[in-house]
Write a protein of this length. Structure first.
Length: 164
């Protein structure tokens, strides 16, 4: 599977000269965690995350600084034809939450985020059926105790070993 199959194509961007407070408000309004930062010519120059902007407690700093001073200048990027596994390993290796996806001609194609990867994983992993759980318990041969019921009935106290 390739990055272009899972990436978000409608990317929110912000100019590097924009006020950081405006970027923070855009993130909150759109309910997103990353913005791609563009330069004067529209080229991608970095990424800014909600963490970069300092969260809710940094209002004063955001009012005084432009995005260019708070962004992470992107050193890593993805291409549309990059394997998803490779993109995930890059994100894990650099400890980052997103990768801008750049076309060979330098234009922004999209963004791949941890949320995109988690959505892919959730789609790939089959959900357990309701009938499989009791069968698995029976096959294991173990008795499962509901701790809430055990505490009410006193069964939890009876099964605890005594201290020496």
């Amino acid at each position: 599977m390739r990055v272009h199959e899972i990436m978000t194509k409608r990317v929110q961007t912000v100019a590097h000269t924009e006020n950081a407070e405006a970027a923070w408000n855009l993130m909150r309004w759109k309910r997103i965690h990353h913005l791609v930062v563009t330069g004067d010519g529209g080229e991608v120059v970095g990424v800014v995350s909600a963490r970069d902007l300092g969260g809710r407690d940094r209002d004063e700093i955001r009012r005084m600084r432009p995005i260019g001073a708070m962004m992470t200048a992107y050193a890593v990027k993805a291409t549309p034809d990059m394997p998803v596994r490779q993109a995930a390993n890059v994100m894990r290796g650099w400890n980052i939450g997103c990768l801008p996806v750049i076309e060979p001609d330098g234009t922004l194609a999209g963004i791949v985020t941890v949320s995109d990867l988690l959505r892919l994983l959730a789609e790939q992993v089959p959900s357990p059926s309701k009938q499989a759980k009791p069968a698995a318990r029976k096959a294991a041969g173990k008795k499962f105790v509901n701790i809430g019921k055990a505490a009410k009935t006193g069964a939890a106290k009876k099964s605890r070993p005594k201290r020496a």
